[in-house]
Design a protein around this ligand. Structure first.
Ligand code: PSU
Ligand code: MN
Length: 304
């Protein structure tokens, strides 16, 4: 996959690729659809710096005027964060945006596609998409899960966002053969909260063990991704029982306003931001940074 795609690299990513230096991919939907301005651009920059401080090179991925960029120069990052008409590109949308010369931000699924095409093995994000509550009638299951099942990239996250159905999300990942790791935890986290009360399929405590797992899985060839779930630091979490009240209210609002498809996740993130007076955003920023730090360690522990 991706062999014929022309990729535009930032200077530092081009250099890292030719030196075999560790690289961590970053998505851009979190910038354009996941966080308000100016926190989106501040966070994107800080996350990139955390990855550099961790001994790896950040590669933020986006489509700009139809060109696929792996690694953005700072001015481009700022432009993207300020742009109005940016398509949220998942697997189905990436080639469409490129064919029509659009600007597009990449979701977890599309970022995995682009990262793999560029030869990048580790990717840090906030929360992945998953099985939505009520999926038994809506059939709303994120393409992120499908991508994890097929594309060999390790995704470091704080798990599926807690507005989703976490047990069903784990069931799908198990069916699709995706190893799910609780990093330093027995139970998987629930995005804004450290403990979902749901047992992690596996627990690892060392970044070097995740690196080893990646290398063994790669030996099978294109055998799909790995999901690392990393709990937000204690001082930044919103406990699950507190969060549940806001999540329920937001889900109800989304239903009443007939929000469907790609609009659901951005709507709910914004709605919860308002209901928590910004506290959910502070937690979201903290967990992304925490994931970036771990992803850099994992990437640095891989042999070239
Ligand atoms: N996590 C965040 N903020 C986000 C997202 C995840 O903290 O904005 C984005 C990711 O890009 C993820 C997408 O892939 O939401 C999932 O969207 P959907 O449920 O429509 O597949
Ligand atoms: Mn969806």
């Amino acid at each position: 996959m991706g062999n014929n795609i022309k990729i535009h690299h930032s200077k530092e990513v081009a250099e890292a690729l030719s030196n075999g230096a560790p690289i961590v991919a970053l998505e851009s939907t979190i910038i354009t659809h996941g966080m308000p301005y100016p926190q989106n651009v501040e966070t994107a920059r800080e996350v990139e710096q955390i990855i550099r401080d961790g001994g790896a090179v950040p590669a933020t991925i986006a489509v700009l005027n139809g060109d696929l960029h792996v690694g953005l120069e700072d001015s481009t990052l700022v432009e993207l964060a300020n742009a109005k008409d940016v398509m949220k590109c998942s697997r189905a949308d990436l080639s469409f945006a490129m064919a029509l010369g659009k600007n597009g931000s990449t979701t977890v699924a599309a970022t995995m596609m682009a990262a793999h095409a560029a030869g990048i093995r580790v990717f840090a994000t906030g929360g992945i998409g998953g099985v939505h509550k009520g999926a038994e009638t809506s059939f709303d299951i994120s393409a992120d899960l499908e991508e994890l099942s097929r594309t060999p990239v390790c995704v470091v996250s704080a798990n599926a966002k807690a507005l989703l159905d976490i047990p069903k999300t784990l069931e799908v990942l198990e069916t699709r053969g995706v190893p799910v790791i609780g990093f330093g935890c027995d139970n998987v986290p629930a995005f804004w909260s450290r403990d979902s009360k749901i047992k992690a399929p596996y627990r690892l405590d060392e970044a070097s063990d995740v690196s080893k797992l990646i290398e063994f899985r790669e030996r099978f060839g294109d055998h799909g991704g790995i999901l690392v779930t990393n709990p937000v630091p204690l001082e930044d979490e919103i406990p699950a029982d507190e969060m549940q009240v806001f999540i329920d209210a937001s889900l109800k609002a989304a239903e009443e306003q007939n929000i469907t498809g790609k609009a659901v996740t951005p709507f709910i993130l914004q709605d919860i931001f308002e209901r928590t007076n910004g506290r959910s955003l502070a937690t979201n920023i903290a967990l992304v940074k925490n994931n970036a730090k771990l992803a850099a360690k994992i990437a640095a522990g891989l042999s070239a």
